[in-house]
Design a protein around this ligand. Structure first.
Ligand SMILES: [Zn+2]
Ligand SMILES: [Zn+2]
Length: 360
């Protein structure tokens, strides 16, 4: 039986090991992809520290942000645009919703499908074995929609579009149009915050204000088009941060606030919004309470989870078509080899990098 190398979590909080994992036989419509890059995400760190869902059991191949080239296809496949997929094509691919439940078929909200499949938490010793991206190969189930990666997008950026960037695109999809007189405040300056900054500028916001940390991340934020940034480490008083937003918005507060940090940022974020504004809540993790009586009048509160296949396409398309306007590569801060997986996970855990990539 053929095998390939993969970074496996065998015990929570213990070093990952590089193991030989079975390459499955392909069933009709499925693909085998040779991974070229896998970016790491906070979620990978959370899953390393402890199980995220109660159904998840070890050992698992870590990673859920892959980009790779098609090694083998069982039968004929087309991509999300209807073009044939061939061996050697560089691709990313969507998660899979069941397609036939209430959320998928009636509400048309497949991201909250209860039977949704995703990567980076699947057992490495059970078929189809290779559903984590920190591996030389990944198995791509037939239900996945395939998005080809154009030449001008690097594998590392394409990989990041498989989680962070497509979630941002989903958020903007639900938010709707940003008008040319509107000011957007973004809470968070990690990969999602920096990508969200570029999209807000591109979508025509008059002003994009970003509150984040540390200083090196905010330098990237400025290059992604932020009109002004506020360093949380320097301005630790919430009142001063609110004052800063008021000064930029004629005392009203922002038209749109986008949270891409943690749940703990939400109570403050709501105070940065004008009455009637829109709050887009993306960042997960952490706990917070909202004082209902302080919620701005007539506001909209929008949440998103993950992305639909079209958002993978939108993210890849944005990276390709706006390449000249934004230095996307600067969001990937450090490159590692597969055998350096523990170093890379540690760097993500202690925030010493914005986004780490495993290059193959
Ligand atoms: Zn992720
Ligand atoms: Zn479903």
């Amino acid at each position: 039986m053929a095998t390939c190398r993969a970074a496996v979590i065998t015990e929570h909080n213990k070093p990952l090991t590089i193991q030989q994992v079975t390459i499955p036989a392909l069933d009709a419509g499925s693909l085998l992809v040779k991974i070229t890059a896998s970016t790491l995400c906070g979620t990978d760190v959370h899953r390393w520290h402890g199980p995220l869902g109660d159904k998840d059991t070890l050992p698992i191949v870590t990673g859920h942000e892959p980009c790779g080239t098609v090694e083998d296809i069982a039968g004929e496949r087309t991509d999300i645009l209807g073009n044939p997929v061939k061996r050697g094509d560089r691709v990313v691919w969507s998660y899979v919703a069941c397609g036939s439940c209430y959320y998928c078929a009636v509400a048309c909200q497949p991201c909250i499908c209860r039977g949704r499949a995703s990567w980076g938490h699947n057992r490495s010793d059970q078929h189809p074995y290779l559903l984590g991206s920190c591996a030389e190969y990944m198995y791509v189930p037939k239900e996945c929609l395939i998005i080809k990666v154009p030449e001008e997008v690097t594998s590392a950026s394409a990989a990041a579009s498989a989680c962070a960037y497509r979630t941002v695109m989903h958020g903007y999809d639900r938010l709707g149009a940003i008008k040319s007189h509107e000011t957007v405040v973004i809470q968070g300056s990690g990969p999602l915050g920096n990508f969200a900054t570029a999209v807000a500028k591109d979508h025509g916001a008059k002003k994009v204000l970003v509150i984040g940390a540390p200083a090196n991340r905010l330098e990237v934020t400025k290059k992604m088009g932020a009109d002004a940034v506020l360093n949380l480490e320097e301005v630790s008083d919430e009142k001063q941060r609110r004052q800063w937003v008021k000064e930029h918005t004629d005392g009203r507060g922002a038209d749109v606030v986008i949270q891409v940090a943690t749940n703990m940022a939400v109570p403050e974020g709501l105070t940065l919004l004008r009455d009637g504004g829109r709050y887009l809540n993306i960042g997960a993790g952490g706990k917070a309470n909202i004082a209902v009586e302080k919620i701005p009048q007539e506001m909209l509160f929008i949440t998103v989870r993950s992305g639909e296949p079209r958002h993978w396409l939108q993210a890849i398309d944005f990276l390709a078509s706006r390449k000249k306007a934004f230095p996307f590569e600067e969001m990937i801060s450090k490159s590692y080899k597969l055998e350096q997986i523990n170093e890379a996970m540690e760097a993500m855990a202690n925030y010493s990098v914005v986004k780490a990539v495993i290059n193959f």
